[in-house]
Design a protein around this ligand. Structure first.
Ligand code: C5P
Length: 233
């Protein structure tokens, strides 16, 4: 189940397909994350194209709206047959339940549904001063994760620093999908709560989401292989 997911944060289909062509000789077909930039730029067809090439897909659109809108949108997204998608836990338990309902197909199958707790670019200071959330980061994440569990979701997106705590509160089978991954020798960029792939494995992440350390590397395939080796051992 554990895997490395490449965050394909490109704006056009040509760019992402060229990037994925580079992995055609790879024994392991990368699990790919399609985010807002690519989805809004290239449209839903890019999901179908990448799926047809045999990649598993995490559609990272972080839905956050009223429950009815989220339910109906998830119904549309479920037809794309991705493997994983997500919402913001801040949308409340009702919204997450509606998302799950919308995503579930008539035969009962559905992609994995996870919730974003706090973005890994958000610091506790910004949470307190800008969002007026006075509870600490860990407490907030634990509560958001438990809300996601109550709504019936499969797990959360969180920083690898919080994965162990999430498992402790929500059970070992509750998924921890963790961005904010950096090699020991690479730049943090705009991420604040970061960890190496190797450490993320030790703290219990199920999936690591890695963007720029792979996409901006001189040799993306080598960077991907390094992640796989560090994370999966
Ligand atoms: O380039 P980098 O490795 O920082 O990319 C991380 C990816 O994970 C981005 O696509 C970002 O949108 C996503 N993400 C995140 N923090 C979250 C949820 C998603 O960084 N809490």
């Amino acid at each position: 189940m554990k895997d490395v997911i490449i965050a394909c944060d490109f704006s056009g289909s040509g760019e992402v397909l060229d990037f994925l062509d580079g992995f055609s000789g790879c024994e392991r077909k990368p699990f790919v994350k399609i985010g807002m930039e690519l989805f809004y730029g290239a449209g839903p067809d890019i999901v179908r194209q990448i799926k047809m090439r045999g990649h598993r897909i995490f559609l990272d659109l972080k839905l956050h709206d009223i429950p009815n809108t989220v339910r109906k949108t998830m119904k549309v997204l479920s037809a794309l047959d991705v493997d994983m998608t997500n919402v913001h836990a801040a949308g409340t338990i009702d919204m997450m339940k509606a998302a799950l309902e919308g995503l579930t197909r008539p035969d009962g199958t559905r992609p994995l549904l996870i919730a974003v707790t706090q973005l890994t670019s958000t610091s506790e200071e910004r949470m307190r001063n800008e969002l007026l959330i006075s509870a600490g980061m860990n407490e907030t994440i634990a509560q958001y994760a438990m809300n996601a569990g109550t709504a019936g979701l499969d797990g959360v997106v969180c920083s690898p620093l919080e994965a162990a705590m999430v498992k402790e509160r929500c059970g070992k089978d509750f998924l921890a999908v963790t961005p904010g991954i950096r090699f020991a020798d690479s730049a943090a960029d705009d991420q604040v709560r970061i960890m190496t792939p190797q450490k993320a494995r030790l703290t219990g992440s199920d999936f690591i989401v890695v963007g720029r350390p792979i996409t901006a590397a001189e040799d993306p395939v080598a960077a991907y292989q390094r992640c796989v080796t560090e994370f999966l051992g």
